[in-house]
Ligand binder design. Structure first.
Ligand code: ATP
Ligand code: MG
Length: 554
């Protein structure tokens, strides 16, 4: 035991070790990207279990996305072989659903309540409003888009949901908060169950999530909150970085640990990103010390239009992977000759909004390069998925039999859009070889963000900047670094949040970072924050070389 735990803390630097070994009580870990926050969190949990004799069942670890939860579970599996399955590692919505399943009676829901899909929500809304258009407007209000929702309408909507034995996505968090808030005994039982709570990416909690945490941990509980205010990117959906900034006031005698060593990115990327965020940083005296070495600079590229930009992306990838078409763009120090071996899966292309992926996908397809796109939709909201999931859960017999039945259901549905979404449902199942069907269906029912994205596949990752949070890739392209795309220029755009999004994107890169845009718009103002000495502009350099040559000829 002792040896095992020694090796757990050995993998950490001194500051990380202080955080991981913190005895108890509220703990705030505040640190920039790539400083090992997530790593410290997993090691802290492993240390609690392996060294301090905490039962795995007493630990609750919360993340924002399913992908992040999966990754955390994998890392914990490595640190606590055989015991990680007994930990509760979940998303906020997964946690809400877990509590709601256990307390369904108090919430007025049947034991087998389901999460309403989009068709059902629309049906109910149409009943209430009389028209499709009004129904959509009402739902948009409930989803946080377009101003606050009318509480009376929400009440009536909920009543209709309950009559059908349904909860909707927002209920997963709101109902547990109400139940626990109304019943101190119930709250006490959950506190006993999970005395050790950790939350990653705490800068993005919203009020309901904060209330749930606060109920579960109390003001003096062993709550570890980890995050980076400069990576707060979900205000548009109700997140409030204020909860992070107020942590020390909200939780009694909280301990604060700062991490400043960046282990992820080459120095130019670290310094460049800090320069880009500095103007609006929410962290006083932001310090980020690169631990890696390397001379490679950030490449800034301007192309004529989005098609030329996509061509730049593919030719650069071709060059990085050892193809031949790239080297004419190489300026010597940047891009090109990568010292480590690269696979397609080492490369990510990030963009502000999904539509920007189109030209990139076309170019990659033409170049014969495999890619996968992360989709943000909640499958459960899409038509057809409910039926197929129902088949999978209820059709008796072996798994293969169930899948066959599901496919039959699909065929009967005879609808192109249904077939497509259902295929997306079955693909991740096939990826997982169907071994954890129940878990998968459970998560599907929660409305988790399920898609066919397979982190183990050797494909280039296409992601929105939002979806890239917490991840890392040796090579990162951010396309559309243009004023109007990044930042977007909509009436309600929060430019500071757009800048943080750019900061998140830049800091995903380990070795190479390409910031590209087209001359259709002005360059993104965020580029100006990056000190010139960390940037190379190969295309300008090439133009200069050509001009010099011409001058020599004259
Ligand atoms: P983000 O803010 O982007 O979520 P993070 O602070 O959570 O970043 P991690 O993902 O935990 O950072 O770590 C970044 C990288 O640095 C990972 O590859 C991790 O393994 C590595 N790393 C972290 N701490 C150390 C360490 N002490 N020694 C070696 N590598 C480390
Ligand atoms: Mg992290």
């Amino acid at each position: 035991e002792a040896d095992e735990s020694a090796s757990i803390l050995d993998g950490l630097d001194p500051d990380q070790r202080v955080a991981a070994a913190h005895p108890g009580g509220p703990l705030l870990i505040i640190a920039g990207p790539g400083t090992g926050k997530t790593r410290t969190l997993t090691h802290r949990i492993a240390h609690l279990v392996a060294e301090r004799g905490v039962e795995p069942e007493r630990c609750l670890a919360i993340t924002f996305t399913r992908r992040a939860a999966e990754e955390m579970r994998e890392r914990l599996e490595g640190l606590l072989p055989g015991r990680a399955a007994r930990l509760t590692v979940t998303t906020f919505h997964g946690l809400g659903a877990l509590i709601l399943r256990e307390q369904h009676e108090r919430a007025g829901l049947p034991a087998d309540f389901r999460i309403a899909d989009e068709t059902e929500r629309l049906e109910i809304a149409r009943e209430m409003t009389g028209s499709d258009k009004e129904a959509r407007r009402l739902l948009a209000g409930f989803d946080g888009a377009g101003g606050p929702a009318d509480p009376e309408a929400r009440g009536s909507f909920e009543k209709r949901l309950r009559e059908r034995g349904l909860a909707d996505f927002a209920d997963l968090l709101r109902l547990p908060v109400t139940l626990l808030g109304d019943d101190p005994d119930l709250t006490a039982r959950y506190r006993e169950r999970w005395p050790w709570i950790s939350v990653d990416e705490y800068q993005d909690v919203d009020e309901t999530q904060y209330s749930l945490l606060r109920l579960l941990s109390g003001a003096e509980g062993n709550l570890t909150a980890i995050g980076d205010p400069d990576q707060a990117i979900y205000a548009f959906r109700g997140a409030d970085v204020g909860f992070f900034l107020r942590f020390e006031d909200d939780f009694a005698a909280a301990t604060k640990v700062l991490l400043t060593r960046n282990y992820r990115s080459a120095p130019a990327i670290v310094h460049g990103a800090v320069g880009a965020i500095r103007a609006t940083s929410l962290v006083p005296d932001r310090v980020l010390d690169p631990q890696r070495s390397g001379e490679r600079l950030i490449v800034v590229q301007e192309s004529a239009d989005a098609q030329a930009e996509a061509a730049f992306v593919t030719s650069t990838i071709d060059g990085l992977l050892g193809g031949t078409s790239f080297h004419s763009l190489d300026s010597g120090r940047a891009g090109g000759h990568h010292d480590e071996h690269l696979d397609f899966s080492d490369i990510a292309v990030l963009y502000r909004s999904s539509a920007q992926a189109e030209p990139v996908m076309e170019a990659l397809t033409r170049a014969g390069m495999p890619y996968q796109k992360r989709s943000h939709d909640r499958l459960v909201r899409r038509p057809g998925v409910r039926e197929v999931a129902h088949e999978l859960r209820h059709h008796g017999g072996e798994l293969t039999g169930r899948i066959r039945a599901a496919v039959e259901t699909l065929t009967e549905l005879h609808d192109e859009t249904v077939l497509r979404t259902a295929a997306e449902l079955l693909t991740p199942l096939a990826v997982r070889c169907g071994d954890d069907l129940e878990t998968f269906l459970g998560e599907l029912a929660l409305g988790a963000e399920v898609d066919a994205f397979d982190p183990r596949a050797d494909r280039i990752a296409l992601l929105t900047l939002h979806a890239s949070k917490g991840l890392e890739f040796p090579v990162v392209f951010i396309v559309g670094c243009e004023d109007g795309l990044l930042p977007m220029r909509l009436p309600d755009t929060d430019e500071d949040e757009e800048r943080r999004l750019f900061f998140v994107g830049m800091t995903r890169a380990q070795s190479s970072l390409y910031l590209s845009g087209s001359r259709r718009r002005d360059p993104s103002p965020f580029l100006r924050g990056i000190p010139g000495k960390y940037v190379t502009r190969p295309e300008q350099a090439a133009r200069r070389r050509a001009r010099d040559q011409q001058l020599r000829l004259i």
